[in-house]
Ligand binder design. Sequence first.
Ligand code: HDE
Length: 798
Amino acid sequence: MATKKSAPTGKQTASRAAARNTDSAPAKGPAAPSDAATLKAVATQDLAASMPHNANKLAQYGHDNAVNPPQGASSSPSSLAATGSTLSEENTGPKVGSMAGPGINATIESLDRVRVDSGGQMLTTNQGVAIADNQHSLKAGLRGPALLEDFILREKITHFDHERIPERIVHARGSGAHGFFECYQPQTAITKAAPFKEAGKITPVFVRFSTVAGERGSKDTARDVRGFAVKFYTDEGNWDLVGNNIPVFFIQDAMKFPDLVHAVKPEPHHAMPQAASAHDTFWDFVSLMPESTHMLMWAMSDRAIPRSYRMMEGFGVHSFRLVNDAGESRFVKFHWKPKLGTHSLVWDEAVKISGADPDFHRRDLWEAIEAGEFPEWELGFQTFTEEESKDWSFDILDATKLIPEELVPVQIVGRMVLNRNPDNFFAETEQVAFCTAHVVPGIDFSNDPLLAGRIHSYVDTQLTRLGGPNFHEIPINAPIAPVHNNQRDGLHRQAVPRGRVSYEPNSLGGGCPFQAGAAKGFVSFPAPVQEDKVRGAPEKFAEHYAQARLFFESQTPTEQAHIAAAFRFELSKVTVPAIRERMVAGLVNASPALAAKVAEGLGMAVPDPLPRALATPVTPEIAQSPMLSLMARPGDGGIRTRKVAILVANGVEGTSIAAIQKALLDAGAVGRLVGPRIGAFTTASGDTIDADCSMENEPGFLFDGLVLPDGQAAVDALAADGHTMEFIKAQYRHCKTLLVLGASSALLAQAGIESTLPTGEADPGLIVAAAGESPANDFIAALGKHRHPERETDPPKV
Ligand code: HDE
């Protein structure tokens, strides 16, 4: 039934007409709302009028404001209509969803929003149109030409054509995982940073480990620095701790980074070698950059060939600042300490693994997480003041120097657990964008000139790599803290901001979003700056060798031997003798003993030392730092996640094999049955066992330990297969643990392996058991040592 409306008065009609205009309005707005449009006009007028002047402006000057900015003035509208974009904003539907509540930015809600599960679903185009036939192009007749009209084919091929994005210029090869950081004790006395506010506080993280030099498809086990980048999704914004597994760096100033990277990357004329520093241009550059010597010691040590991402330390490298609520600041160096201890490969092993399994580290991380063996690190702070650091022999702004743990102990503040593999490598691991500029209140920068360049570089590089300025909205990069600002538009924009205000100050948005002020917002620590504008480096940066020596002299003899062998290998690959000579001349300044060893290995005389930039050597605070040795952190001696090969063939003595496999599984290790081929084998007692890998598809150096079985027929079969000898020799040469059961001691003899060490003492990694003995416990204990370097000779005997 139609209702009769009363005729509008002239005044109402005028104000309603005015409220429907977008280009002019009378001197006075409507006095009272009579419909939605006038309500919006009234509310807008009231909101603008509630800010008769810019209250923020009055307090914007002077030092006090600079260090303690106030929160911005804001006012709330009487109706959300005042700040909305449209009158119809409250219309909801499956496409537009329901209107975001005040202050909510739906683009940063749970990733479920963007997760896709195609289970039980039919194929569609990107427009959601169901595809009837995914096998054929559209043609004029069964044997006729393909038609341009085929939008389904063109959409599919066009998308495919653009499926690759530029790889990272450095750290292209990497693997990632989700997890959390848990704070042990509040650190509020030294920092107000969100993750450290309460005991037990959980902050989600995403971590990406990487190599530096190789391209995206390169091998995992290259000799290289490893990236260790952690994105903390804190409730006060994202904090990225973009570190490495080595606490120092090659260069002191960002100005030299492109030179360093050009030198280490494949040489520009023939694009070789891939993922390797063992070539002319790298050694040419670093031998001309004596500040690199310390980092080279680390890069030539076994730190550069980790056994697993799970078994390496991480370091923030630069000095950063912590700032507390009272505005007080201390410097800090960040450390990640792996619960499994620090363990590495040996070079011969790394080279071989790179052929058999270039994804060795990616696979290891993935498998451990899928198996519920969640990798874990503890986070430590080394904190110190400017005053304390003044007298140190090195400058804390120099990223080629570390602070020995014996000088400033590391305080453990929490732990990080990685407990979830990404659902999709590209969407998460490839698209994640770390940036040293991503800090939160409570964390700040030092004036390290290397760090300054990084603060710029990371966002800049993503603009090309991720295709524009909105990469922060890609789900893996989006913070869980709400995002509200007046940045707008750009390629691939996801957020749909409400209203017409995209500037500040404003009154039409009630002043929102308003500046947070010092109480909640990020305020740079007001470190005084009062010097000449110069391009230069401080005096202490001229010292290049003291910490290289400290590092070398803090290593065990085996580690020192590996460093010398790595220099020998790398420099032997250099084709220009003058470069080799220059490099060894630099090493003389760091360690004459090391230089002599390297020179001997290269068949050259020890050259005169390079001239030093600093004539008088400094006296370092300490001469040895045992914590710099990989051996300082053996882990708990357990064998969880270690992989052990148990060789099998027809006629194998099955009972002892089953007992060992069970004992290994009970201890958290993975014992795999490896046969001359995969598939079923018959044991001596007629049972069937199944080999799930073969000596061909999983060679010996992929395993942490080896069990040689009892059973004469099996031993005979294995003895006749050349792979068996390679298997045994690789295990032995790489100082791993071998368990030799019963009849298989003949295989040891065939491989030319002595049952004792070169010294004549018993080999702790070689457990030989007579038939019927059950030496599982001895084997597991020896395996827990990871390696038995006592066995090692250079060159290897086997
Ligand atoms: Fe990086 N570095 N870097 N770097 N870096 C990049 O950023 C750069 C440096 C590190 O898993 C790039 O997103 C400059 C030190 C890691 O995605 C780029 C300088 C340390 C990762 C960049 C340095 C690092 C990168 C390439 C000298 C250890 C991988 C792609 C001033 C503290 C992060 C990207 C990931 C990646 C620049 C030196 C660690 C080009 C200019 C020192 C772990 O922006």
